[in-house]
Design a protein around this ligand. Structure first.
Ligand SMILES: Cc1cc2nc3c(=O)[nH]c(=O)nc-3n(C[C@H](O)[C@H](O)[C@H](O)COP(=O)(O)O)c2cc1C
Length: 258
């Protein structure tokens, strides 16, 4: 019996939605069970995972500076396949995904997987509510589900050869360190949702205004706050937001590799 495992790291939820839709498409078409592993939670990220050739792994992650997020790299290297078929979903904020797919493919291939499908999808940008606002939308999710069904056809026809994705080696330089912390306005009601959502667990549950070092500026706190009390005021991020809201407003569409 085949099993589909959907594994994702998704601070603001977009990568999780896309990976879930792909995995749902595969599991429905193949009538097999679906399991979820949410690597956004630190203790889940710390574990080791091993899969068999009866499993299909769907891995979703956001694109950070054209790469696989650094915080996910060591955890992914602990995920082992044994001739396991894998599908990648890199979700980017309507600018570009550069080397994020090829890097993801390299990591999984080294870990014993065969990447038989990959897609670059679009999600609302972590640093803006205007860039790719509301995405993934219904069209994106339908596209992801259909992609899952195409993957299932490929599996049924035993076409398990690895694919070629877009991207370059050596990969883009990693993101420079940005030692900034999110700020909090007086609107904060101490509800603690931001602390629960923080993938680095650096926000104090008893006083969410206190944020320890180690923040990766993923915007999980900003986007989950019900009263918009969290914000990132650091100059480089404000500049990036301005650049994105000027140059990257035209709708991009998913790119699929099968
Ligand atoms: C640190 C950081 C770097 C990012 N770099 C890129 C990028 O290079 N290209 C892009 O289009 N979007 C970039 N984004 C936006 C995210 O890839 C995008 O919003 C994604 O949908 C977030 O996924 P999530 O909802 O699963 O967290 C970046 C976001 C963050 C927080």
């Amino acid at each position: 019996m085949k099993r589909v495992i959907v594994m994702y790291f998704s601070p603001t939820g977009t990568s999780g939605k896309i990976a879930g839709a792909i995995a749902g498409g595969i599991s429905q078409a193949m009538d097999c069970q679906l399991e979820t592993i949410d690597l956004t939670e630190p203790e889940v990220r710390d574990r080791e995972y091993s899969f068999s050739d009866q499993d299909i792994l769907v891995l979703g992650y956001p694109v950070y500076a054209g790469r696989v997020p650094e915080v996910l790299q060591a955890p992914l290297r602990r995920v082992k396949g044994n001739g396991t078929s894998a599908v990648l979903a890199a979700v980017y904020g309507n600018r570009d995904y550069e080397d994020a797919l090829i890097e993801g493919q390299d990591i999984l291939t080294e870990g014993g997987f065969s990447v038989i499908g990959a897609g670059a999808f679009i999600g609302e940008h972590s640093y803006s509510k205007k860039v790719a606002a509301g995405r993934p939308d219904g069209e994106d999710l339908a596209c992801a589900k259909r992609f899952g069904e195409q993957i299932s056809d490929k599996l049924k026809n035993s076409q398990l050869a690895a694919i070629e994705v877009k991207g370059n080696r050596p990969y883009k330089d990693p993101m420079p360190d940005m030692p900034f912390l999110p700020k909090t306005t007086d609107a904060c009601t101490d509800c603690g949702i931001c602390a629960d959502k923080c993938p680095m667990q650096v926000i104090h549950r008893d006083d969410p205004r206190i944020v320890d070092q180690g923040c990766i500026l993923c915007s999980a706190c900003v986007k989950s706050c019900p009263v918009d009390a969290k914000y990132i005021a650091a100059e480089p991020i404000v500049k990036i937001r301005g650049m994105l809201e000027t140059k990257f407003m035209d709708r991009k569409e998913p790119e699929l590799f099968l």
